[in-house]
Design a protein around this ligand. Structure first.
Ligand SMILES: [Zn+2]
Length: 323
């Protein structure tokens, strides 16, 4: 079931055990995960198991009509709402109509909000009212990156689960074994894992598509003192890799290096930063780190902000301090 995502298996077992204990009742689940772990797949497989008519222990049968409808994505009792759908009053009203009209006996009804983003209090209240109304069995499942996205009134009516990312060693072995990364050093794989916040999916994408671009950027940073401002701006504006975040990790490492800390993002390339290490005062390094952090924060949180101008400003700020 989870050959591509084996880290989910443990959580599947935990959730099955939980469902077996609570069976035949309506309930709400809130599942929190800190980074991209393919939790959507976990909930889909769990839902298929809940709906299956002939399940045995933790396995669904794959032959009953429920399994068939689920695989065809036309199961009348399973509603999937992705985070790109605007959750407003009309949306909840639609769910209500579907719940009332699609009476498909013999199993649960499941409403799955993927990466739920709390919108407003009216929608939330309507949803809470809906949860209390039905006499048949309904499961509401919400997945989210942070509990902050879920209002307290909803949280207090729900069971909560936290899904942790796999450990560094687990991921290192997983990638080496599964993708035969013999030409990439362990230190480099660990660096990529750390840069991607231990998300196996993002790490894999990075290893496949952005690995060489990162090396290029790190080497470029080695020539930091030669003041190639325009080139630096060009590289930071490259949309195919988040070099701005890489720059933040570089300065994080450089500051940590001063304090002899052992945790580094770019574990494989510390030697490349010697020019920056020698050329800047600690205070300036901290200022630059903070400036990069602000720049990333503004780009991510302010709509219609001009990314190009922010990056120009940032680069000239860095080079001014580096004079
Ligand atoms: Zn089945």
């Amino acid at each position: 079931m989870f050959t591509e995502n084996p880290w989910l298996l443990k959580y599947y077992d935990i959730l099955i055990k939980f469902c077996l204990n609570i069976f035949n009742k309506s309930f709400n689940l809130v599942i929190n995960y800190p980074c991209e772990l393919n939790v959507k797949l976990l909930i889909n497989v769990l839902s298929k198991w809940i709906l299956c008519k002939k399940k045995k222990r933790k396995y669904f049968c794959n032959i009953c009509s429920n399994c068939y409808f689920f695989d065809k994505k036309i199961h009348p009792n399973f509603y999937f709402l992705n985070n790109d759908i605007k959750i407003d009053i009309d949306c909840i009203r639609n769910i209500n109509l579907k719940l009332i009209n699609n009476i498909y006996f013999g199993s649960y009804k499941i409403i799955f909000f993927n990466n739920y983003n709390f919108v407003n209090i009216y929608v939330n209240n309507y949803l809470l009212k809906l949860m209390e109304e039905f006499y048949f069995k309904v499961i509401f499942i919400f997945t989210c990156f942070s509990y902050i996205k879920i209002p307290n009134t909803l949280l207090s009516r729900s069971y909560r689960f936290f899904i942790f990312p796999p450990s560094e060693i687990y991921l290192l072995n997983f990638f080496k074994k599964k993708y035969f990364l013999n030409n990439i050093s362990d230190k480099s794989i660990i660096s990529i894992i750390r840069i991607n916040y231990f998300s196996p999916l993002k790490t894999l994408f990075f290893l496949k598509n952005q690995f060489n671009k990162r090396l290029f950027f790190l080497n470029f940073m080695n020539n930091f003192i030669y003041k190639k401002e325009i080139k630096m701006i060009e590289i930071l504006l490259d949309e195919s890799i988040d070099n701005l975040f890489l720059l933040l990790t570089i300065f994080f490492d450089i500051i940590y290096f001063e304090f002899n800390n052992k945790y580094y993002y770019n574990l494989d390339s510390l030697f490349l930063f010697k020019n920056i290490l020698n050329n800047l005062l600690l205070n300036d390094k901290i200022r630059i780190f903070y400036k990069i952090y602000l720049c990333i924060n503004n780009i991510n949180n302010i709509y219609f902000i001009n990314k190009k101008i922010l990056i120009y400003e940032l680069v000239y700020y860095i080079y001014f301090l580096n004079k």
